[in-house]
Design a protein around this ligand. Structure first.
Ligand code: HEC
Length: 173
């Protein structure tokens, strides 16, 4: 213990006797490092955070949230139900045209209004939504975006639950 202490006090002593020239250099480099290194990292982080925060922001309006969350899937997660959901996703419900074969959401859709289609492989998003909220979206769409309502015109309620089982399967990859 004792030798360590002496070393510490020696190091502290030499720090205070630093030559003024190198001290000035350090003081000049510090703001430059901040502007060219720390600031861009900080800004990139903020942009990523803002994008994530928008994706995670609830789509169900606050006054309907409790009722939406109380709705649970009546279907068990059987391979047959997931397969039926997959067929609907790629077939008559055409989810694939916006959300893509890999569920990551296509970026280049001509005429797309509002936000980009959701990336279903985003684990944070999957965890943020209850099944009831996703069902609400299939009934009401996401207002102000090209995610429209699918129940009852295109999907029955049972089919909607099947397609949602398939949407959930992207989060398990
Ligand atoms: C015309 C393009 C388009 C089609 C077709 C489409 N979606 Fe979407 N979808 C979107 C867009 C755009 C968003 C993002 C909306 C937002 O950010 O609020 C979205 C978002 C979603 C969300 C996320 C909502 C949330 O709470 O974050 C779910 C779930 C979803 N779509 C499911 C489906 C399913 C299932 C189908 C097929 C039955 C489908 N979508 C078909 C464009 C589409």
């Amino acid at each position: 213990m004792a030798p360590c202490k002496t070393q510490d006090s020696k190091a502290g002593g030499s720090g205070t006797t630093l030559p003024p020239a190198s001290f000035a250099l350090r003081e000049t480099i510090r703001p430059i490092l901040f502007v060219f290194v720390a600031l861009p990292i900080l800004l990139a982080f903020c942009r990523a955070w803002a994008a994530d925060a928008d994706v995670l922001r609830p789509r169900v309006p606050p006054d309907q949230m409790e009722a939406a969350r109380a709705v649970a899937s009546p279907l068990p997660r059987t391979p047959e139900n997931v397969e039926k959901g997959k067929a609907l996703y790629h077939g008559k419900a055409f989810c694939v045209t916006c959300h893509g074969r890999d569920g990551k959401g296509l970026g280049e859709i001509p005429g797309l209004v509002g936000r980009l289609p959701r990336d279903f492989t985003d684990h944070a998003w999957q965890a943020a939504r209850t099944d009831g909220e996703l069902f609400w979206i299939l009934k009401n769409g996401s207002p102000g975006t090209d995610m429209g309502p699918f129940i009852p015109l295109i999907l029955t309620e049972e089919e909607a639950w099947q397609v949602l089982l398939y949407v959930r399967s992207f989060g398990q990859q």
